[in-house]
Structure formats: C-alpha cells, structure tokens
Design a protein around this ligand. Structure first.
Ligand code: ZN
Length: 331
C-alpha cells in the first residue's frame, strides 16, 4: 500500500511539475506573442519594412561580431539612384538601399551618413553637384554608426574637404580596433558626440541623442526641416536591425534606447520619422511620391506625431519579443 502511495505521489509530482513547466512555457509564448501583436498593430501601413525585418525575418543570430573585409562592389544598377530635393533644406544623396541626407544651412552643409566606400563618391559628391551644391561646403558629417554602409565615405570627405566627422565614442573605438574593415584607410578620430549635444552650423542645429544598441555608439538625431517654409521636426533613428550579439543585456540596451528616442521625439513634437535604410522609413518610395505631389497635399514624409511614436513601439516590442526568446531558450 505504502509503495503504491509513493508511486501515486511521484506521479502526481511529475504531473504537476510538467504542468507548471508547460504553463510557464505557455505564459512565455503568450508574452512573446503579445509583443509581436503590439509591434504589428503599431506598424500599421507605415512601418511594414521595419516590422518585417525586426519581428518576422528569420533570425540571423551573431555570436561574436566579425571584423570582415568589405567584399567587391556590387553592380552599379543594384544601388545607383538619382539625388533628390526632399524639403526646402534637406536633400537625398543616398542609394537605392541606404540614405545619406544633406541638410543645407546658412553656413554650409551638414551631411548625415556616407554610404559605402564604393558609392559615396558618385552618390554624395556627384549627387550634391547635380543638385547645384558644392561638396566642399560639407562642414559636418554625422555618422549614425560605424558600419560599412554608413561610414564608408567619411575618410573621403575628411581628406578632400576637411569636413568634421561626428561619431559616437564607442564607434570611433571600433574603427580604431578594426584590422580588416578599412582596406582603403580609416577616417581619423574627430568629434566624439555627446548625448544632447547640438551640432550647429549657420542657422541650423542638429541635436544628438545617443541610442546605443545597434552598435554601442549609435547616434540618433532631432532636427528641423522646412516644407515650403513650414517648419517640421524630424526624429532620425540611427540604428535599427538586431545584428549584434544576442544577449539579454544587449537587448535591454537597445530597448532602453527606443524608449529614450521615443521620449525625445515626443518632446520635440517630431512628425517625421527618418532612418538610414529605405527598408525602415520607405525613403525612396516617398521620394517617388513627392514627384507627383499636388499643391496643398501633405508631404509624404509627414506622418504625424502619433505615427512617429508607433515606430519606436515597433522597434521596442520586436526587441522585447527577441529578448524573451533568449530568456526562454536559456531555461
Ligand atoms: Zn548598421
């Protein structure tokens, strides 16, 4: 009888343990789903590319960051696109995939991001000339982060025009440490951006918001553009994808930065969300739409304050879901 009772209690214990484990797994799965649903709802039709990349695309989980040499340049027709005027004082000199923005001021040009080494000469230098600007007037170059698709033209602009290069401290460090990443030479360490710092040129200032996550030194920004004289505030998000080592700490950093930038965007009444990949802000599509804009129609980049806030919910909740997956796998 005693043996039998022990067997029953062992079976009950096993059953209840399994039940607790499966309930826990179910709760974790529900929590992950809740973040994915929140991100999907926040994305709406405005940020489908960001949602697809962060919440849907298969995970490419980097263990350690590799210091790789750049590959051969891809065919020109895969990246070349004409430059465009987007606001009274903001011009697109990017590629089909990556953005480079020229903010024109009374004191010269502030350039945001510099594409790859292989296409910065044609798109940025050539693009500015096509638009009627002198690239020698680029006084500041703000690099959102030190990946090859954003920092590639920094050395060219520093060497040829003496442009001042602004970057996050940890990203300057990563350039200096890199052995293979800069076969054509590295930009020399210049201005180390501080959180809240204003990069001022003539009548225009860009406020830097440090948003570590995508890289440790990622910079986001707030600045004003004019649409036929009407001032509008841009929240520029400097790093989006999860191509950093998958750790809870890294996701916590990323999530904190999304909240920080959302608060900065709200405080500044930003109604425009810009990024450095068209995948995330549909820049090239909006530029095409702009060409057929009729008088009185809203600017395709002007999404409104509420939509700008939703962008950071997409990034934050996709990151929350990924963080929960890591925690669940560790159990
Ligand atoms: Zn990057």
């Amino acid at each position: 009888m005693k043996i039998c009772a022990n067997k029953v209690s062992a079976a009950l214990f096993l059953f209840s343990s399994l039940w607790v484990a499966s309930a826990r797994a179910q709760n974790a799965a529900d929590a992950i789903d809740a973040h994915l649903v929140a991100a999907r709802n926040a994305a709406g039709f405005d940020f489908t590319g960001t949602l697809a990349r962060l919440c849907v695309a298969p995970r490419a989980v980097p263990g350690v960051l590799r210091d790789e040499a750049p590959g051969p340049p891809p065919a020109r027709d895969t990246w070349f696109i004409e430059p465009a005027k987007v606001f009274d004082n903001l011009y697109f000199v990017g590629s089909k995939i990556h953005s480079s923005w020229a903010l024109t001021t009374s004191g010269g040009i502030i350039l945001i991001d510099t594409l790859f080494t292989y296409n910065s000469e044609e798109e940025i230098v050539g693009g500015l000339k096509k638009l009627g600007f002198d690239p020698a007037k680029i006084k500041y170059v703000i690099i959102s982060h030190a990946h090859a698709d954003h920092v590639g033209g920094a050395k060219l602009l520093q060497d040829r025009y003496g442009s001042r290069i602004v970057m996050g401290g940890p990203d300057w460090d990563s350039i200096e440490k890199s052995v293979n990443g800069y076969p054509a030479g590295k930009p020399k360490r210049d201005i180390v951006a501080e959180d809240g710092e204003k990069i001022t040129l003539g009548d225009t200032a860009v406020t830097i918001i440090t948003t570590p996550g995508h890289t440790p030194g990622t910079l986001s920004m707030i600045f004003t553009v004019k649409d036929n004289g009407k001032p509008l505030t841009v929240a520029y998000s400097g790093g989006t994808a999860f191509n950093f080592p998958f750790t809870v700490a890294n996701f916590d950093t990323y999530i904190k930065s999304q909240s920080k930038m959302a608060a900065a965007a709200a405080a500044a009444n930003a109604t425009i969300l810009m990024s450095n990949h068209s995948e995330f802000d549909s820049a090239t599509t909006k530029i095409r739409m702009l060409a057929s804009r009729k008088p009185g129609e809203p600017h395709p980049f002007e999404l409104g304050k509420e939509a700008v806030a939703r962008y950071f919910v997409v990034a934050g909740d996709c990151a929350q879901a990924e963080k929960l997956k890591i925690e669940q796998q560790a159990k």
